[in-house]
Write a protein that binds this ligand. Sequence first.
Ligand SMILES: Cc1ncc(COP(=O)(O)O)c(C=O)c1O
Length: 433
Amino acid sequence: MTTEHTSAINPVFARRESEARSYCRGFPVTFTKAQGSIMTTDDGVDYIDFLAGCSSLNYGHNDADMKAALVEHITGDGIAHGLDMYTEEKAKWLEAFENIILKPRGMDDYKIMMTGPTGTNAVEAAIKLARKVTGRRNVVSFTNAFHGMTMGALSLTGNAGKRGGAGPVSLTDVTHLPYEGAFGDDVDTLALIEQMLNNSSAGIDAPAAFIFEPIQGEGGLNAASRDWIEGIARLAREHGALIIVDDIQAGIGRSGTYFGVEGMDIEPDMITQAKSLSGFGLPFAALLIKREHDIWKPAEHNGTFRGNTHAFVTGRVALEKFWADKGFETEIAEKGEITEKGLQKVADLVPGAVLKGRGFMRGVDVGSGALASDICARAFEKGLIIETSGADDEVVKVLAALTIPNDVLERGLEIVLEATRDALANKNQIAAE
Ligand SMILES: Cc1ncc(COP(=O)(O)O)c(C=O)c1O
């Protein structure tokens, strides 16, 4: 695989696009095409994609069946934008979600709210509703959490750099408590949280909700155990708070099952969905709400782009194609194991490295952001798109499409291993000089 480039990047990006741009800085090439798990540049160089639109492309790029359905819809003058009016496409998507996802999981009791098209909007809707339902102001979120960039979601987010983006405002009405493992394996954060919540002098106002990610995606691939998640759900109930599962990154198969908390003894009051909900990389977010909490008045959480008609088309195909039986979950589990084995080889090279994540949401904590970033940069030079995650970017994170062919996955993992060898050799050489 060669990554020699013959074309230069158009200067319009540096001249005209805001400094807020980010991923393009780590992958400084111009992409023109993508298919499955391969992205191709304007000068014909192929890259294996271990980023998958940050889990927005769980079924890979340009799935043939979704593409065909969308092309047919567009060429037939199907509705492109219908606000939240009734459309055939919305009905078909809702029926598919009901029959393929909700009913087989005993979740007939949930309603689906179309929010604005990005994950952060689903999070905003969730915390607004929790506050309305309970009449309480405070929301509990966790260290290393990432819930989005709008003000409400940002107030739930732990990362100092991301919070700093809001400028000198107060991000209020949230209590940040430690996620499982936040203070190392020796500190039982569940017991600590229980003690704090039961201590009327701990300064924690009665919470409207607890919001958590089953696996913290941006926060370093911290995968909470079943016991911890069930414990948090129990505490929420004991304290009259609602349970909001933010499944925007861990959901839709990434954790190994459709929802990140499947098989656990908890009944979320709300579940956020976005990223891969459309299946095709189109913007689409939704909030699942326990029927009894759906107390919204019409248009109380409005928005021009609630329910993207094109996304209803591709999202329905995704549900029918991948979730009608258990076969896909078996494939995801196999890819998760391949990834774990590949990353173990990386961890074996780096003193103190730790494997992170579960399902097909995996990574390796290499102990420093500088090393992880160097590994990702070297991997890119060898033809792999891969990113870091974690408070200090210390985790090399694999978010390949759930549909990636095993041989492509293995080749990508080899690149990570080669890049790690090179990065370590370089680090040792600098230390020796
Ligand atoms: C768990 C989680 N919640 C919310 C968001 C925000 O989603 P969006 O970027 O679509 O607003 C993200 C994005 O990475 C996420 O990982």
